[in-house]
Design a protein around this ligand. Structure first.
Ligand code: XLS
Ligand code: NI
Ligand code: NI
Length: 437
C-alpha cells in the first residue's frame, strides 16, 4: 500500500527528542492516561472534504495544491481512486476514524437517482476499505449547501421542493452512514440562516428545521440506525446569521423543539471564535447540559475574521479542550475530527501528513497536560474552595431550595454585611497552567 505517498512511511511514535518531521513526538497511541489509551481518549478522525477534496482554491485564486492522483474530473473513477488515496493516508497516519459529506466521496449526478447510484458505488468501496484496514466511520453528513438549489437554505428554504430534496439526500446519507457502521450523524446548517430579515419568516424557518430533524430521527429509528445525532454550531458564513449560532442557540432550539434526547453538539474551534467565544466556553456550556458529543478540531486566525480552518497547534487550546473533555470522561461515541485544511501555499501531498502529525501531537500534549492538572487537583481544589460558602449555612439552604427572599432578608438584616470576598487568583492560576505546560 504505497502507491500515492511512496516517500512517506507509516508514522511512528519516536518521542520528544526525535528530529524526524514524519514521526509523532507526543502521540503514543497505546500510552495510558488515567487508565485509558491516548488513542481512546482522542479518537482522531480525518475529514474527507478538506483532506481529499481541498484544492487550495480561494475567492481570489485558482487551485494550487499538487494532487497527482486526481485527474481533475468529477467522475466515479476518480472518486474510486480517491478512496485508495484516503485509506493509504489514514492508515499510514494511524488514525482510527474518518468523516465525510455525501458529495465529498461521490460525485453528484444529473438526477437524484444518479447521485444515489454514485454514492452507492463509492460506499461499497468505502466498506471494503474499512474492512481491509480497520478504519471506522466517525460520522457521515450531507452537503446541503454547495448546489445552487440550496441558495436559500435546505430545511429552512422557502421553497418546499428544496426541503423535500434535502430530506431525500439526508435519508440516503443516513442509510449509507448506517451501512458503513458510522457512529454519529452530523447536521451542519450550511445555509440554514438568513441574509436579510426583510424577506425572512424566521418562525416558519425554525419550525421547518425542527421538523426536518424530527423526520431524520424518525427515519433513523425506522432503519435501526442508533448512532448519535450531532448539531454543529456556527454563527455566520456563508449566511449573515446561521440559526445554529453557538452552543447556547443550538441548545435553546433543541430544547424548544423537543430534541434534547435526540441531538448533541459537535463543537468546532473556529466556529466558537467566530461567535466571539473561546472553544473552552463552548465545550463547557455544552458539557454542563450533557450535550457535548464530539469536536471538530481546528483553529482560526484571530487576525482574520473568517473560518480559516487551520490545524490546531496551540497547546493552551488543546489543554483547555482536553480539560473539559476529561471532565466528562471522554467523548463517548464522538471523536476529535480534524476539520482543517492545509494552507494553499502548502502544496505537496506530504504537507497533509505534517499538518495532521502536528494536530495529533498538539492534542496528545493537551491530553497529558490536562491529566497532570487533574491528578494534582490543581484547578479543582481552587474552584471547590471558591464556592465553599454554598456548602454549609445559608448557602446550603439556598442551593437546597429551602431559603426564599424573606428568609434571606432576615438573615442579612441580622448579619448586617456580607462576608468579605476572596481573591479570584487568576494570575496565580495562569502561572500554574504554564507550569504544567
Ligand atoms: C463548515 C463545517 C463543516 C461541517 C460538516 O464550516 O465545519 O465542515 O463540519 O458539514
Ligand atoms: Ni466542522
Ligand atoms: Ni469550520
Amino acid at each position: 500500500m504505497s502507491e500515492f505517498f511512496p516517500d512517506v512511511p507509516t508514522i511512528a511514535f519516536e518521542g520528544p527528542d526525535s528530529r524526524n518531521p514524519l514521526a509523532f513526538k507526543y502521540y503514543n497511541p497505546e500510552e495510558l492516561i488515567e487508565g485509558r489509551t491516548m488513542k481512546d481518549w482522542l479518537r482522531f478522525s480525518v475529514c474527507y472534504w478538506h483532506t481529499f477534496r481541498g484544492t487550495g482554491v480561494d475567492p481570489f485564486g485558482a487551485p494550487t495544491l499538487n494532487r497527482p492522483w486526481d485527474d481533475g474530473t468529477d467522475s466515479v473513477d476518480n472518486a474510486l481512486r480517491r478512496v485508495d488515496v484516503a485509506f493509504e493516508f489514514i492508515t499510514k497516519l494511524g488514525v482510527p476514524y474518518y468523516c465525510f459529506h455525501d458529495r465529498d466521496v461521490a460525485p453528484e449526478g444529473a438526477t437524484l437517482a444518479e447521485s444515489h447510484a454514485n454514492f452507492d458505488a463509492i460506499a461499497a468501496k468505502l466498506k471494503e476499505s474499512q474492512q481491509a484496514t480497520g478504519v471506522k466511520l466517525l460520522w457521515g453528513t450531507a452537503n446541503l449547501f454547495s448546489n445552487p438549489r440550496f441558495m436559500h437554505g435546505a430545511a429552512t428554504s422557502p421553497n418546499a421542493d428544496v426541503f423535500a430534496y434535502a430530506a431525500a439526500q439526508v435519508k440516503k446519507a443516513i442509510e449509507v452512514t448506517h451501512e458503513l457502521g458510522g457512529e454519529n450523524y452530523v447536521f451542519w446548517g450550511g445555509r440554514e440562516g438568513y441574509m436579510n430579515l426583510y424577506n425572512t419568516n424566521m418562525k416558519r424557518e425554525l419550525d421547518h428545521l425542527a421538523q426536518f430533524m424530527h423526520m431524520a430521527n424518525d427515519y433513523a429509528k425506522e432503519i435501526g440506525f442508533t448512532g448519535q445525532f450531532l448539531f454543529e454550531p456556527k454563527p455566520k458564513e456563508p449566511t449573515k446569521h446561521q440559526y445554529d449560532f453557538d452552543a447556547a442557540a443550538c441548545l435553546n432550539f433543541i430544547r424548544q423543539y423537543g430534541l434534547l434526547d435526540v441531538v448533541k453538539l459537535n463543537i468546532e474551534t473556529n466556529h466558537a471564535t467566530l461567535a466571539g467565544h473561546t472553544m473552552m466556553h463552548e465545550l463547557e456550556y455544552a458539557r454542563i447540559q450533557n450535550a457535548l458529543g464530539s469536536i471538530d478540531a481546528n483553529t482560526g486566525d484571530l487576525l482574520l475574521g473568517w473560518d480559516t480552518d487551520q490545524f490546531p497547534t496551540d497547546i493552551y487550546l488543546t489543554t483547555q479542550t482536553m480539560l473539559v473533555i476529561m471532565a466528562q470522561d471522554g467523548l463517548g461515541a464522538g471523536g476529535t475530527n480534524f476539520d482543517a485544511k492545509v494552507r494553499r501555499e502548502s502544496i505537496d501531498p506530504v504537507d497533509l501528513f505534517h499538518a495532521h502529525i502536528g494536530g495529533m501531537d498538539a492534542f496528545a500534549r493537551g491530553l497529558k497536560t490536562a491529566a497532570g492538572i487533574r491528578s494534582d487537583q490543581a484547578l479543582a481544589d481552587v474552584v471547590q474552595q471558591r464556592y465553599s460558602s454554598f456548602d454549609e449555612g445559608i448557602g446550603k439552604r439556598i442551593e437546597q431550595g429551602h431559603a426564599g427572599f424573606a428568609e434571606l432578608e432576615t438573615y442579612m438584616m441580622e448579619k448586617g454585611e456580607a462576608d468579605a470576598n476572596q481573591s479570584g487568583r487568576q494570575e496565580m492560576l495562569e502561572n500554574l497552567i504554564n507550569q504544567y505546560i
